[in-house]
Design a protein around this ligand. Structure first.
Ligand SMILES: [Zn+2]
Ligand SMILES: [Zn+2]
Length: 280
């Protein structure tokens, strides 16, 4: 039986993440999530420029998990931290990396779930209402909420969580009046409750975490037995030189020295199209 079954995990959030995170952990592991918003997580960073993020994505997630555990006096804590970057392939699309961390003080364990996916993160500058109402289609408004600022993204004033057309019109007039150039900046609200695309990615990261929580070391039974390294260098089918293609996955335990190698059993070769020597 899982060491997480029938335990309660803290989740510090004021952005509605408990719905997706608790449904996954309850169904997969019988682990209950207790939500708290007794600490304002925006103090650890916002997506709207007011407050820079506390450390790295993992640092911020760990900090939130520990705060939640202290607030609810639990020995198990979960937290999520998201990041918006350019996509890892062409570097031109908006991309969302979600990290969910689990800290188990009782068993001295830390596990992380991860998911990367295209983001719904559009933005633009507008001086006419007609342009802005066209932008709402690409921003997937109103299922995805908007943020409005006078002049540019660095303006100290903003209206967030805009979720219908009358509210948007009102915010547009407000921001335009405050802007020295009569221009307003509009972007997708990236907070989880305001952005269903992001919420779905948080769900995927939680599923990844749950898979790791369920994967036990064959030797010591500790959870989190997972791929820790990928060995590359599969020989090319034409010239025999090593390529960047994968040879094997190395699975490892977080607690003991046990490891397994997966994928080495059959003799395989890389397609010459993947070879830098044959196909530079
Ligand atoms: Zn082990
Ligand atoms: Zn080759």
């Amino acid at each position: 039986m899982s060491i997480f079954r029938n335990r309660s995990a803290s989740l510090l959030t004021k952005h509605g993440k408990e719905v997706v995170i608790s449904s996954v952990l309850d169904a997969e592991l019988g682990c209950q999530v207790k939500q708290t918003d007794a600490y304002d997580t925006d103090l650890l960073g916002t997506f709207t420029q007011e407050i820079p993020r506390y450390g790295s994505q993992l640092d911020a997630a760990r900090k939130k998990a520990k705060l939640g555990m202290e607030l609810l006096n639990l020995d198990l804590g979960i937290a999520n931290e998201g990041a918006f970057v350019n996509d890892p392939y062409a570097g031109i699309l908006s991309w969302n990396n979600e990290l969910v961390v689990l800290i188990d003080q009782k068993n001295d364990l830390e596990l992380t779930g991860f998911s990367g996916a295209p983001a719904q993160s559009d933005s633009g500058y507008f001086s006419h209402w007609e342009e802005l109402s066209q932008f709402t289609d690409s921003a997937l408004f109103p299922s995805h909420y908007l943020v409005i600022k006078p002049t540019d993204e660095y303006h100290p004033q903003s209206r967030k969580g805009i979720k219908d057309l009358p509210e948007l019109k009102d915010a547009f007039e407000w921001a335009k009046a405050l802007s020295s150039k009569g221009i307003v900046y509009v972007e997708n609200d990236l907070r989880a409750f305001a952005n269903p695309t992001r919420m779905e990615n948080i769900r995927k990261a939680t599923i990844d975490l749950a898979q790791k929580m369920k994967s036990l070391c064959p030797k010591c039974q500790a959870p989190g037995f997972w791929v820790k390294d990928i060995q590359r260098g599969l020989p090319c089918n034409a010239c025999g030189l090593p390529t960047e293609q994968e040879i094997a996955k190395i699975w490892g335990c977080l607690k003991c020295d046990h490891q397994d190698t997966e994928g080495m059993k059959v003799l395989r070769f890389a397609d010459p199209s993947k070879c830098h020597h044959c196909n530079p």
